[in-house]
Design a protein around this ligand. Structure first.
Ligand SMILES: Nc1ncnc2c1ncn2[C@@H]1O[C@H](COP(=O)(O)OC(=O)CCCC[C@@H]2CCSS2)[C@@H](O)[C@H]1O
Length: 336
């Protein structure tokens, strides 16, 4: 087995590197990758990004949002979360089921004191009945990567806030992720691991996986990435993981239906969104102004469905013509 430790703390670059290595390297032996990142949400291949993220919270807290190629639900990562990934070619290595591929990780965790950590269901690892890891995989030809999370010391409060979308927000046709109760691993690890940050945890795991006391002993097992390859990884970063078309634009078509009560009355808004772009907006309500509201509805058609774009349109609108006594911020909150 070979290994590579990602130097970046940006999930978009880390996913680009993982993808690059899988497509472009030959794997006589499996490769294990480790990476971690600053606060980010990673939605699954078939998910509706707008539905999975709490956009206002994401904007306010500058949380990175991206989409991965593997399936499953949206997860939240911060600097207390470590990702692992096994990349291999099924021509050269057998790829069993989920339980088989995570077994080296489970064994290492047992050795580190989390003796009750176990595999659960289709893609979870749990301890004390609570999830600390979710996994997913992506296949291309005979090559596969199977990656997962390890919640060492994640801010659990933020997990709920960042992923929490009000139930009434969207009536979607997309695939919904399963909400489950999560926990951090740290309290379950032995005393000597209590002061570890995510890098220390990673190094400890590596030592257990390769059965060495010193990482210097496995230097020859470390994969090297050249400057020319870095440039190609940068292209994947830009074209895929940092590209709105991939992150939002590939979401399934969905409809947002929202209702807001104002002192003057109630407004309902319905937005049809296709490929991340607003297809149609309809307002219903009982206190419209003097101008035809369909004029306002038309202004939103064709823009990207996000707060920033909605705010730009609203900035040029004399709202009082359409709704009496409502300001821009209120309408923005209704729509976004
Ligand atoms: N970081 C993290 N780890 C484990 N579980 C999480 C995490 N964040 C949120 N959740 C919980 O899992 C569900 C979603 O579970 P679900 O089973 O739907 O999806 C997954 O687990 C996908 C894991 C993808 C791992 C990739 C590895 C490299 S980049 S992302 C979510 O609603 C939360 O309740």
């Amino acid at each position: 087995m070979f290994y590579y430790v990602m130097p970046s703390d940006d999930i978009r670059r880390n996913l680009a590197t993982e993808e690059y290595l899988m497509y472009n390297r030959e794997f006589d032996e499996p490769l294990v990758l480790f990476y971690y990142e600053k606060p980010s949400i990673i939605v699954g291949r078939n998910q509706n990004t707008q539905e999975e993220v709490n956009q206002k919270f994401i904007d306010d807290n500058k949380i990175v949002v991206t989409r991965r190629r593997s399936g499953g639900g949206a997860v939240y990562h911060d600097l207390g979360n470590l990702c692992f990934s096994f990349v291999l070619d099924t021509k050269n290595a057998e790829f069993g089921d989920f339980k088989t591929f995570v077994s080296p990780i489970i064994n290492a965790l047992h050795e580190m004191g989390a003796t009750t950590a176990e595999v659960s269901g289709r893609n979870d690892m749990i301890v004390d009945g609570k999830k600390f890891s979710g996994s997913a995989m992506f296949k291309h030809g005979s090559k596969i990567y199977a990656h997962g999370t390890l919640m060492l010391d994640v801010d659990l409060d933020v997990v709920t806030k960042a992923l929490n979308v009000p139930a009434d927000k969207i009536a979607s046709k997309g695939i919904k992720s399963v909400r489950s109760r999560v926990t951090n691993l740290k309290p379950y690890l032995a005393e000597q691991y209590q002061d570890l940050d995510v890098e220390g945890f990673r190094d400890a795991l590596l030592k257990h996986l390769f059965a060495v006391d010193d990482l210097a002993d496995i230097k020859d097992k470390e994969v090297k990435i050249s400057a020319a390859e870095e440039a190609k990884i940068e292209e994947i970063y830009e074209n895929v993981y940092n590209n709105w078309d991939w992150v939002y634009g590939t979401s399934p078509a969905f409809t947002v239906q929202k209702r807001q009560h104002f002192t003057a009355g109630t407004i309902d808004a319905r937005l049809d969104v296709k490929d991340g772009i607003i297809d149609k907006v309809t307002f219903y309500g009982d206190f419209f102004g003097t101008s035809d509201v369909s004029e306002l509805e038309a202004k939103f058609v064709g823009i990207k469905y996000n707060r920033e774009e909605l705010a730009k349109v609203l900035a040029n609108v004399e709202l009082g013509n359409y709704f009496l006594g409502i300001d821009h911020a209120q309408i923005l909150d209704l729509l976004a």
